[in-house]
Design a protein around this ligand. Structure first.
Ligand SMILES: Nc1nc2c(ncn2[C@@H]2O[C@H](COP(=O)(O)OP(=O)(O)OP(=O)(O)O)[C@@H](O)[C@H]2O)c(=O)[nH]1
Length: 383
């Protein structure tokens, strides 16, 4: 299972500076020779892995990355200045592909690893370079070459940092929509149409985390069918759970009973997930006057035996959501980072159950003439 963060950027290296034509002119030196200097090389664009980043989201807002061009040469044999390189930081695990040629340029798998994605142009030559015994006053020079320009696709496998729990209708999707800055792509879902809701939350520039709904926790996913187990394996690596509780369920049910139902299900479903830090998020507090909402949430939290890390929000109105996401970011920053390793897909066992031979073949038949129509092959696979 993969959550893929994907962005396209454009990397433009600097052009090389051109060489110049110039001659030495000094008093009392009548025929000063050529002194036109070379240009400077253009700067290149590099991508470098940085373990402090964990999504590519910043590059959705910042697509163009240009390195400096080299300056032209000058008289008195002065060489132009080399254009400054540009180093673009990306998270460890980023895969880079050239969009136009589909060429894979590489994977950045270690902190600090750096690759050049657009090479700076080469400098042009000044006329001093063309001086020879036969041509003492050359008027030749060359131009700098253009810097490389590439459209790049950056892809990153994401881990969900935060898992959302809650009954249907508690407001999980609304919450993800209201706090997220982008939606990563969900790839690889061959067996299901049940797509988890995902969002990248970006409390400030260069800081982000991934939040994921836990779909089907209640509706029988514990039988292990399809997505349930695979998704759960992925989520077992999230670092905090948010338990979203509807303070005013439309069906008139009791929020405490509802919360206990989720907690029980969680323990049954995945003891590993049940051990994660779990914060209570009371949602839809806009439906009640403030003091009533506060009293009700305190009472429910008390009945659940959870006094710490309790939040009251209205996902629809984005009320109090900012302090919550800042606290999550602070918690995640304080925890050690998990490295991404792709979780192996559940094995599908192929069982060749029936293999009927229709035609009778003699041992001396030529097996190269094997024709699959001669056989009635049935494949049964069991999960
Ligand atoms: N008044 C109010 N309504 C809300 C709030 N948050 C969500 N809702 C409403 O509650 C309903 C359910 O919200 P969803 O976000 O779809 O809930 P969900 O938990 O994702 O539900 P499932 O997708 O069924 O799991 C929608 O009609 C929302 O508009 C809120 O803060 N205040």
């Amino acid at each position: 299972m993969k959550f893929v963060d994907e962005v396209e950027i454009r990397a433009e290296a600097g052009d090389g500076g051109s060489g110049v034509v110039s001659f030495r002119r000094e008093k009392y030196v009548p025929d000063g020779g050529p002194d036109g200097g070379d240009g400077g090389d253009g700067g290149s664009v590099y991508l470098q892995a940085d373990e402090n980043l964990n999504t590519l989201i910043d590059y959705q807002f910042e697509r163009f990355h240009r390195a400096e061009r080299g300056t032209n040469g000058q008289s008195r044999n002065c060489t132009g200045k080399k254009g400054e390189d540009l180093v673009v930081k990306v998270p460890v695990g980023t895969r880079i592909t050239d969009v136009d040629t589909q060429e894979a340029l590489g994977d950045l798998t270690q902190h600090g690893q750096k690759i050049v994605v657009a090479k700076g142009g080469f400098h042009g030559l000044g006329n001093a370079r063309f001086k020879s015994s036969t041509n003492r006053a050359p008027r030749q020079k060359t131009l700098g070459t253009p810097g490389e320009v590439r459209n790049l696709k950056l892809e990153l496998m994401l881990l969900a940092d935060v898992g959302l729990l809650g009954l249907p209708n508690a407001g999980k999707s609304t919450f993800i929509r209201s706090v997220s800055a982008a939606k990563p792509k969900v790839a690889d879902y061959p067996f299901t149409t049940l797509i988890p809701n995902l969002g990248v939350v970006r409390p400030e520039a260069n800081k982000s985390f991934v939040i994921a709904d836990i779909p089907g926790l209640i509706e029988g996913a514990s039988d292990g069918a399809g997505l349930g187990i695979r998704f759960l394996k992925h989520l077992e690596r999230c670092r905090v759970l948010l338990h979203v509780i509807d303070v005013m369920p439309v069906d008139g049910s009791n929020p405490v009973d509802n919360a206990f139902a989720i907690i029980n299900e969680l323990h049954q479903y995945s003891p590993k997930l049940a051990e994660k830090p779990r914060w209570l998020v009371f949602n839809k507090i806009d439906l009640l006057p403030e003091d009533e909402a506060q009293a009700l949430c305190e009472q429910i939290a008390q009945e659940l035996g959870e006094e710490e890390n309790v939040y009251r929000i209205s996902a629809v109105n984005k009320l109090n959501t900012q302090p919550l996401i800042h606290d999550i970011m602070a918690l995640l920053d304080s925890m050690p980072k998990e490295k991404f390793e792709e979780i192996e897909d559940e094995e599908v066992e192929f069982k060749w159950d029936t293999y009927h031979q229709k035609a009778t073949k003699n041992d001396d038949d030529d097996w190269d003439d094997w024709d699959e129509d001669d056989y009635d092959v049935e494949v049964v696979y069991e999960r």
